[in-house]
Design a protein around this ligand. Structure first.
Ligand code: ZN
Length: 391
């Protein structure tokens, strides 16, 4: 639980920085510095269409990247699910989502396939957890089912799969959209670390090693600890991901596992979707301030998560995002929507990005700070991972 004087101090330092920066115009095409709206007005109702234009201008100026999505639920297409939760899920609406990205001026979505989708389930009391083990060969077979779905959309020209920051910047310049491919969970790797390179060759740019099933690689936030951090195999996986330049995602990993990842990795670590705990709501998926600090110390970013934990509206979500900024600094915050698999989401559509951008600016970020949080920070991480690999 992080309710401490540091928060108050860092909040006031962000605000005083903003006052100091208020006279500096950074974005020429806005016709001057952003008008600041009164926070109390923002909380009273939706911002107007006119005000959304502030956000649209930010999104035109900077590439925006959702660092964690299940865009159109590609993972569900063609799955033969035996459990209650996933058998009811529809999937395959990527085309609509790409159109939503265009309409919302979102440049890039990190489309995460779900490595353990066949073996997890939702249970009311304990949230999501494992319900059976993988059969022999099932995990790798399911990896190919999911990746083939995305590849087929790519070969039809429906999705453009990017791998580098240059490709994302280029897409932004041309008003195009791209996806980065990711996997949530790494069960398909098993003990065969060559599969990491094979995944990368198929376009996978980032993997969060740990999800809801018990992992070979380290402890999770939601299951009893087995290793006290990373397992010996998990250590080898981190080294191999660094060698290849795959971005390491610590989402769902326990504090100790994240600590081990940060100590070991020569590249920044991301935590693609979570936010800070507060004193009112308990969820094992939320993180402490110290947990967030680990990611910042690695040079990485935390994807602020618009889930229903602690958020009822997009306004609440922006407040949570700014709490993260206050804790770790504006260089270490990103957006990780978790569309289309989030828990009671307050962002349900990419159309909301102009409103999100507007609110971030209205509630205190500078234009540059907004641009960084909405995407530019992650470009830095992607470059750093590639640089470590090339050394
Ligand atoms: Zn997740």
């Amino acid at each position: 639980m992080i309710i401490d004087s540091q928060k108050t101090n860092s909040t006031s330092s962000r605000r005083s920085f903003l006052k100091a920066a208020a006279g500096v115009c950074i974005l020429g095409n806005l016709g001057g510095c952003n008008k600041r709206m009164n926070d109390s007005n923002i909380d009273e109702g939706p911002v107007s269409d006119l005000d959304h234009e502030i956000g649209r201008n930010i999104l035109r100026q900077y590439p925006s990247i959702d660092i964690h999505s299940h865009l159109g639920r590609s993972f569900a297409v063609g799955g033969e699910f035996t459990n209650e939760t996933t058998s009811r899920m529809d999937g395959g609406f990527e085309i609509e989502r790409i159109q939503d990205m265009r309409n919302g001026l979102v440049t890039c979505s990190m489309l995460s396939l779900v490595a353990d989708i066949q073996v997890i389930e939702f249970s009311g009391e304990r949230g999501v957890g494992p319900y059976r083990k993988f059969d022999v060969g099932e995990a790798i077979e399911d990896f190919y089912r999911q990746i083939n779905r995305v590849k087929s959309l790519s070969s039809l020209g429906i999705l453009n799969i990017a791998k580098t920051s240059e490709e994302i910047i280029q897409a932004h310049r041309q008003n195009e959209t791209v996806v980065l491919l990711a996997f949530e969970g790494a069960g398909f790797v098993g003990e065969d670390l060559d599969r990491l390179e094979a995944a990368q060759e198929l376009g996978v740019s980032s993997i969060n090693l740990i999800h809801y099933r018990p992992s070979e690689y380290g402890d999770s936030q939601t299951l009893p600890p087995m290793y006290g951090g990373l397992s010996p195999l998990g250590i080898d996986v981190i080294k191999e991901m660094n060698r290849l330049g795959i971005v390491i995602d610590a989402a769902h990993a326990s504090f100790e596992t994240t600590q081990d990842m940060v100590t070991l990795s020569t590249a920044p670590i991301i935590l693609s979707h979570s936010h800070l705990k507060n004193m009112y709501e308990e969820s094992a998926r939320l993180i402490s301030g110290e947990h967030a600090d680990l990611i910042a110390e690695s040079g990485g970013v935390i994807g602020s998560w618009p889930s229903g934990y602690q958020n009822k509206t997009i306004n609440d979500y922006v407040d949570e995002t700014l709490r993260l900024v206050d804790r770790v600094g504006v260089d270490h915050v990103a957006v990780g929507t978790d569309l289309d698999l989030n828990y009671k989401p307050v962002i349900t559509d990419y159309h909301q990005f102009p409103e999100l951008a507007t609110l971030l600016i209205a509630k205190g970020l500078t234009d540059v700070g907004g641009g960084k949080s909405l995407g530019v920070n992650f470009l830095r991480v992607l470059n750093a991972a590639a640089k470590v690999a090339s050394n």
